[in-house]
Design a protein around this ligand. Structure first.
Ligand SMILES: [Mg+2]
Ligand SMILES: [Zn+2]
Length: 191
């Protein structure tokens, strides 16, 4: 059992995408188009609650499928625009999307590296990692957040779709939640 940590003072929440906002594709498959994007239950309400609390929300996602030639950066951006539209209809929003289109080992932005956070901070200089939280379903999400000095929450996904190493993510993270909605509950409870 983990010692409960406080989420008091959180001003920025970074979210992984696949497995947090939408159902993760089976390992080796990619969510390249809107019709493959299956939102997880309760994400609109969870995002709305963060929006109303004045907590900024940024999506940070590895999209290696671009480097593999399976889809393009345009496809990624189109999907994010479509998601934003869908959220708007539910009175919710994401404040920015940042993605790594690169292959393994060739860039500074593929999580567990911290370049996506740096990109967000370049655009939004008010971001302070000490008051930021990373929410993800992979060990690389948790490692990235911890390298930057953030608090972390691991989202427990469907066991058969978890990446290798997910157990380590669960162990490393400050807390474990079953969904974004449950994570937001933890965050807001402490404000
Ligand atoms: Mg994920
Ligand atoms: Zn990258």
């Amino acid at each position: 059992m983990k010692t409960a940590i406080s989420y008091r003072g959180i001003q920025t929440v970074f979210l992984d995408r696949d497995g947090v906002l939408n159902r993760k594709a089976p390992e080796g498959e990619y969510v390249s188009r809107w019709d493959l994007f299956h939102p997880l239950p309760g994400i609109e309400e969870a995002l709305h609650r963060l929006n109303v609390a004045g907590i900024a929300v940024y999506v940070v996602t590895n999209q290696r499928g671009v480097a593999l030639g399976l889809y393009t950066t345009r496809d990624v951006e189109h999907l994010h625009a479509r998601l934003q539209e869908d959220l708007r209809a539910h009175d919710a929003r994401v404040d920015g999307f940042f993605y790594c289109p690169h292959d393994k080992g060739v860039c500074d932005c593929r999580k567990p590296k911290t370049g996506l956070f740096e990109q967000a901070r370049a655009l939004h200089p008010e971001i302070d990692y000490a008051t930021s939280l990373m929410v993800g379903d992979s060990v690389s999400d948790i490692e990235a957040g911890q390298r930057a000095g953030m608090r972390t929450i691991f989202i427990e996904g469907e066991p058969e779709r978890q990446k290798p190493g997910a157990d380590r993510g669960r162990t490393l993270a400050d807390a474990v939640s079953t969904s974004l909605g449950a994570a937001v509950e933890l965050i807001l409870r402490d404000q």
